[in-house]
Design a binder for this molecule. Structure first.
Ligand code: HEC
Ligand code: HEC
Ligand code: HEC
Ligand code: HEC
Length: 145
């Protein structure tokens, strides 16, 4: 009986702590221009890839369909067209400052994914109407930056 109550109380405490943590650590997408200023080299590679044009390849009618748009923009947000840096590296509001970025471990704690090799299949999968398979080893060299 007492054990059950202790269990229930600790579950509630953990749930509240988890909620507080999520509320505090919910970073938002800032857009490619915020990364460009410090990462010109990566930007110049990215801008010529299919990812930069991923929204433009949709026909106007399809640009109005949320079920198409979700994989052709960043963070499910049409204001951030194309597959931008943060679609792979994670939303940057908390890690984009120089003070945080210069320490990769700290940036990681604030939402940066420095090697997002497992993110690709969130979009490159059977839910894409044009999907013909995805192999990281052959696809990464096409967008390497
Ligand atoms: C104020 C300058 C600045 C801005 C803005 C900035 N970065 Fe950085 N970034 C750095 C510095 C400095 C480093 C660490 C030094 C280095 O290896 O280049 C770094 C490192 C990185 C790394 C490599 C981490 C590793 O493993 O070495 C990635 C990925 C990255 N940034 C992505 C981004 C993305 C995405 C954005 C936009 C949301 C962004 N950065 C915005 C300065 C910046
Ligand atoms: C699950 C993510 C996802 C969804 C949902 C999605 N796409 Fe795509 N789309 C992709 C990916 C990834 C590619 C790159 C090629 C591939 O692997 O399918 C792509 C490529 C394309 C292309 C590029 C040209 C081509 O034929 O390769 C067009 C056009 C396109 N999609 C249209 C659409 C339309 C229209 C919809 C909605 C009916 C849609 N997509 C929904 C992920 C998606
Ligand atoms: C389609 C996903 C994707 C997009 C979009 C993307 N990156 Fe990356 N990026 C990666 C992957 C994956 C790696 C790690 C590759 C590895 O280490 O093998 C990487 C590595 C990096 C690195 C580390 C490079 C190094 O030499 O260690 C930086 C910095 C970086 N990206 C910045 C950017 C910036 C800035 C943008 C936008 C202009 C961007 N990335 C867009 C997937 C992406
Ligand atoms: C947010 C969704 C999304 C993510 C994440 C994503 N992609 Fe894509 N990718 C697309 C879409 C959409 C296209 C088609 C764009 C177009 O045709 O203009 C595409 C196109 C490509 C292409 C060009 C198509 C071709 O066959 O030449 C390559 C290469 C590619 N992606 C590699 C990757 C790799 C590697 C990763 C992970 C590091 C990755 N993508 C992550 C959505 C995504």
């Amino acid at each position: 009986m007492r054990l059950t109550r202790v269990f229930t109380i600790s579950t509630i405490v953990i749930a509240i702590a988890a909620m507080a943590y999520t509320a505090k650590a919910a970073p938002t997408y800032v857009g490619v221009n915020q990364c460009k200023m410090c990462h010109m080299k990566q930007y110049n590679v990215w801008k010529d890839t299919a990812h930069a044009k991923a929204f433009d390849v949709l026909k106007p009618a399809d640009q109005a369909k949320p079920e198409c748009v979700k994989c052709h923009v960043t963070g499910d947000n049409k204001a951030l067209p194309g597959v931008q840096c943060e679609a792979c590296h994670g939303p940057g509001s908390e890690y984009k400052s120089f003070a945080v970025m210069k320490n990769v471990k700290e940036a990681e704690a604030k939402g940066l994914d420095p090697k997002p090799v497992n993110v690709c299949v969130k979009c490159h999968n059977k839910n894409s109407p044009t999907f013909k398979g995805f192999d990281f080893k052959t696809m990464w060299p096409k967008i390497k930056h």
